[in-house]
Design a protein around this ligand. Structure first.
Ligand code: CP3
Length: 340
């Protein structure tokens, strides 16, 4: 698989590409299945339909990897929290976790209840062409904690950050609980057949540097090292979003560092390019214009070269209304420009 070889810095015929949030609302084919499902969580819990939308971007865009269709919030959901996706508002938990006693409400083994995810993985792996990789994923403990404590998306993270400074022991107890669940969940995804895993830390940038290391990065690396010891042949990709200023704090045993669009890729290359394969990082909004896309690709390829050590991706997820045609154009362009 070109994508897996690239994760291990092996020679590949071209630079592989996939896109975060590549399965989603911009695809009419996705909307059709989602409407049939009725709502997003029902879609996540239905292995046949989730497998179908996982495969769509590979068939339609010819990306080099599929990413499992699910959501990071299925862990808190199966820990027993009450999750709703509100139209226009994003995810909402009606019963946030804010004090020690709340921890007792959280079921310790959500991985046992996430069988629909493993079923989806098996179905996808049966149907996916042999040369295409299937990426499993989880939210990072810190990003999961932000939703569990805030109860929804947040602009300031005031509630969880206050707890970091006033109740650090409680916060670490929560982080440990989530970290153990993520480990067990990713083991089950690997056993079901994913070829690589990515951990999304979407809200890493909410923390100052020391607290980022203490509450976000240390837990991510703990998971990565646990997985690498157990499954050295499965690439581990870490994506902490918005940490351009903290690159000198990045350490640990993992394979690929996901570079977000706010981190100049030349800076990531300078700090991390020798130790980790870099994945990224075109600004997703460029995809609204073919010209802007071409300019973005050319600049990244010029810096990273048509050679080992790079996986092309966006610097965050695809937006819901972008033209499918431009996404196809991006994939072709990357494959073309990086042909060895
Ligand atoms: O990348 C993929 O195509 C795989 C599937 C995937 C989804 N969410 C599907 C989804 C993945 C990997 C995620 C990860 C995820 N989910 C993250 C981390 C990545 C990032 O974007 O930073 C986060 C923070 C979430 C939480 C989440 N889920 C939010 C904030 C929202 C609402 C925002 C929105 O776009 O509506 C979701 C819903 C969600 N997850 C959708 C999809 C396709 C949209 C649901 C729909 O309306 O069909």
């Amino acid at each position: 698989m070109v994508f897996i070889d690239a994760c291990f810095r092996k020679k590949t015929p071209y630079t592989p590409i996939w896109m975060m949030r590549q399965a989603g609302r911009y695809l009419p084919e996705y909307m059709e299945v989602r409407n049939k499902a009725g709502d997003f969580l029902t879609l996540c819990k239905n292995p046949e339909m989730a497998a179908e939308v996982t495969l769509q971007p590979v068939e339609i865009l010819d990306v080099d990897a599929a990413i499992l269709f699910s959501d990071i919030l299925v862990i808190p959901l199966e820990m027993g929290m009450d999750l709703r996706f509100e139209k226009g508002e994003g995810p909402v938990f009606s019963d946030p976790i804010r004090k020690s006693e709340d921890l007792e409400r959280l079921y310790d083994y959500p991985e046992e209840k996430l069988t629909y995810v493993y079923e989806t993985i098996k179905l996808v792996r049966e149907k996916l062409p042999k040369d295409k990789a299937l990426i499993g994923f989880s939210g990072a403990p810190w990003t999961l904690a932000t939703y569990m404590v805030e109860g929804s998306g947040s602009k300031t993270y005031a509630t969880i950050k206050k707890l970091i400074y006033t109740e650090p022991e409680f916060m670490h107890a929560l982080m440990i609980k989530i970290t153990e669940a993520v480990k067990a969940y990713l083991v089950k995804q690997i056993e079901a057949g994913v070829n690589a895993v990515q951990i999304f830390d979407s809200w890493a940038s909410a923390l100052e540097k020391d607290k980022f290391v203490e509450f976000s990065w240390d837990y991510m690396v703990d998971i990565a090292e646990f997985l690498k010891d157990k499954y050295p042949h499965i690439p581990v990709i870490l994506f902490p979003k918005g940490v351009a200023g903290y690159l000198d704090a990045i350490y640990g045993k993992f394979d690929v560092f996901g570079v977000d669009w706010g981190t100049p890729i030349e800076l990531a290359k300078k700090h991390l390019g020798e130790r980790y394969v870099l994945q990224g990082n075109m600004e997703p909004t460029r995809l609204y214009s073919k010209e802007a896309t071409k300019e973005g690709v050319e600049k990244i390829v010029e810096i990273m070269g048509a050679k080992e050590g790079h996986i092309f991706n966006l610097g965050h997820g695809m937006l819901p209304d972008l033209p499918v045609e431009n996404a196809k154009f991006l994939v072709e362009l990357v494959h073309d420009l990086t042909k060895r």
